[in-house]
Design a protein around this ligand. Sequence first.
Ligand code: ZN
Length: 975
Amino acid sequence: MAIRAWLLLFMAVALFSWTGHSKFIAYNTTSTIVNGKINVHLVPHTHDDVGWLKTIDQYYVGSNNSIQDACVQNVLDSLVPALLADKNRKFIYAFFQRWWDEQSEVVKSTVKKLVNSGQLELINGGMCMHDEAATHYIDMIDQTTLGHRFIKAEFNVTPRIGWQIDPFGHSAVQAYLLGAEVGFDSFFFGRIDYQDRAKRKNDKTLEVVWRGSKSLGSSSQIFAGAFPENYEPPSRFYYEVNSGTDDPIVQDNPNLFDYNVMERVNQFVAAAISQANITRTNHVMWTMGTDFQYQYARTWFRQMDKFIHYVNQDGRVNALYSTPSIYTDAKHAADEYWPLKSEDYFPYADKQNAYWTGYFTSRPALKGYVRVTSAYYLAARQLEFFRGKSKAGPNTDYLADALAIAQHHDAVSGTSKQHVADDYAKRIAIGYSEAEKVVAASLSQLTNSASKTGYNHSSIKYQQEINDLKCPLLNISYCPPSEVDLSKGKNLVIVVYNPLGWKREDVVKIPIVDENVVVKDFRGKEIESQFIPLSHVSVAIRKYHAKAYLGKLPKVTPRYWLAFSAIVPPLGFSTYTVSSAKGAAAGGGSEKESVNVSARNEDHKIQVGSGNLKLFYSKKSGQLTKYINKRSMVDESVEQSFGYYSGDDGSVDMQASGAYIFRPNLTYPIRYEKKIGPIPINDGIGKEIVTKISSSLKSNKKFYTDSNGRDFIERIRDYRKDWNLEVNQPVAGNYYPINLGIYTKDKSSELSLLVDRAVGGSSIVDGQLELMLHRRLLEDDDRGVAEALNETVCIADNCQGLTIVGKYYLRVDPLGEGAKWRRSYGQELYSPFLLAFTEQDEHNWNSHVPTFYGMSPSYALPDNVAILTLQELEGGKVLLRLAHLYEVGEDKDLSIMASVELKKVFNNKKINSIEETSLSANQKRSEMEKKRLVWKVKGSSKEPKVLRGRPIDQKNLVVELFPMEIRTFIINFYS
Ligand SMILES: [Zn+2]
């Protein structure tokens, strides 16, 4: 009853008020920067993940809302009228293309006006806000280029700001390469270690000038700001519609109850002063928004209008609508000296015992798939260029899109829900199968000799045949085109394409059914080959996964891997034929032995290797014990073992290991396995499988890990260069992301490991390197995913833990010799041979081109240069990106300037004009350099002179590259 009486009273008051003296208030939102006052830059933003708890499509259309109430369409639809309603309002947006494509010409033209006037600022500008730990720099460049070129084409705009607010730690490569080298003026982010953040607040060093590269130094530095908290507004200033929060709105109608203008202005001023106290200059930024906000944009703008109006009437501080660009210009104009930051912000912990280092390895299968398809995309674009890009026919665009989205900070990071991870993989698979058609068509055309010799053999439906014969399941030892019966006179032709710019020899390995075969090179000469029996484990994996993926068992079971060494010219292919041994000369080059086991010693050791390199394995455990390389005089006892960390179940303080967080408990030794999984969980304990390589190197706590596969950064165990680390997680707190490799060294040797996908790794004990290879966990880590990272593969309802078939590579070198292997072999690992198969009669095949040179046959790129991109763009233009692979001082022979002769690279075409661009190919390099803001650095000691290649001479067309330089060009050819 009491409640009812109150309700009646309330209604009476409301009615009374309604008939009172309310009137329209015109809020003054025109304020700009006021010198001498604290300026609060209100930056309205939303953070729309391209997949996390829902798939990218579900987020876009706003379905599956029981998981998360989020609809990107609503955000953008409501944004346009909200901005039009007041020209002082501003907004920044980072992911946009899908919505844009669906708009009418009227809306498009309105939005273009908003972008041109600066009311709507497009920032970051990639296809997604990529992860910074599990991403390879080539993928980061590709996805940023795709977005930047789209924005340039539609709006004629080049984004100025890096906006990586959510990724879980920040990389050196992001700062210098995807920041300074794409022409950004500044770079902002939200997540750094809680201890680091506390110190930076204290000494006002959240905002810095960041020099991410030792080699490129100040020539690629950027102004970088970490937020004081997360990327949300200060506490009590949150205004999403229907969000269920109680943050008080500004109630400024004196005729209603709860009038609170003064109270709210005081709170605003207090929050501004508190932030100003930890910030240099009198400019502070408030990030007004968070994940999937502004679904009804006016709720936010209405409150900000009022704050700007009343706070500026009050006058203690100045509030304004702003963007990161306006904020950056204000910081620059302040003429302040900024502290210098080098290296990176890894690993990230958001509190004690909560290191976000597990995600470096989470979902290793997806990480591996991204790596394999990324390499395929690189090669497929080259072949697409050699053939000529087809608008109508199959092209590589779908794969480009799928891979771009897969770089998102909840995609390749492994931190999405399972159904979303499946969605990313599905998109890649569709793109891959489209790209395969491009590859087949191109190789068909290139191998077809008709144009060169005048032969016409249209009877061979070559393209169709190559099209049908693809082999994407080689990782489960399943390759239908190679598992053919050759006893009836057919030959299996293998086209081996080399996407690297130098000639290379590498082993090709394919499963075969019939071991009575020989391999011939393109001259028809029989070459040495080996037959390696398929292990029982491989056969079992093949059977299970063929059933799970294809729904049926393969008709035949291959008994052997056929392995042979292929020699392939740079940017070219060689063909090899496999044919029945009947009729071939007896005693050919084939050998049916699995590995070259040359001696079995008395002391229970197996020695492998007949040349300079000898490896000794324990007979009992099968694990590596000794490594001898006679040529480099290395004799090192190296021990390899596997172990696992049992994932903490959170029973002590409720912080469990999950998709983001790695918090191990104790280590137990387990037996050596080549294929990791299914990880047993019958004991109710999640496990994180590691391999450890131990040596006698006196590494003195130091080891080195790459930044996104590019620069190596020195790591010191239990130590941070930027603050006094309080160690509370001696394992997880020493884990770092690895995309290329990890190494350690002492006064005489280097011990290196290279990886085939993104993983986490460390050196927990001197002389030892450790990689985390797989994880299967039974608890959620309470960071939003609300699912345990427990990946399975199923046949009907029968599921088992996911198996990972992976590789890593180990080498010991004398001190100073390791870089050659890490860099040059590392590039070969990234870009393996691309294989295509066809079945032919020998007679028919002989009329084909057996080997192809994409460059001048006498030319190869220098050993320290790789082609990152060779891609045909719209209108026949070509995007070329060349990278120097070595850092300053890394190798005595190869850390020097390299030159590339473009006339020889494109010896079949004639270059009409060439223009050097920013890294993301959206503006001229010279224009970008002209606009670059110059920042003053505090106490900056003199750095050695940074060397960069000279502008390209249009006549001699030679590109100079200094250590770690990447140069991007757009080329026009004479047709
Ligand atoms: Zn996010």
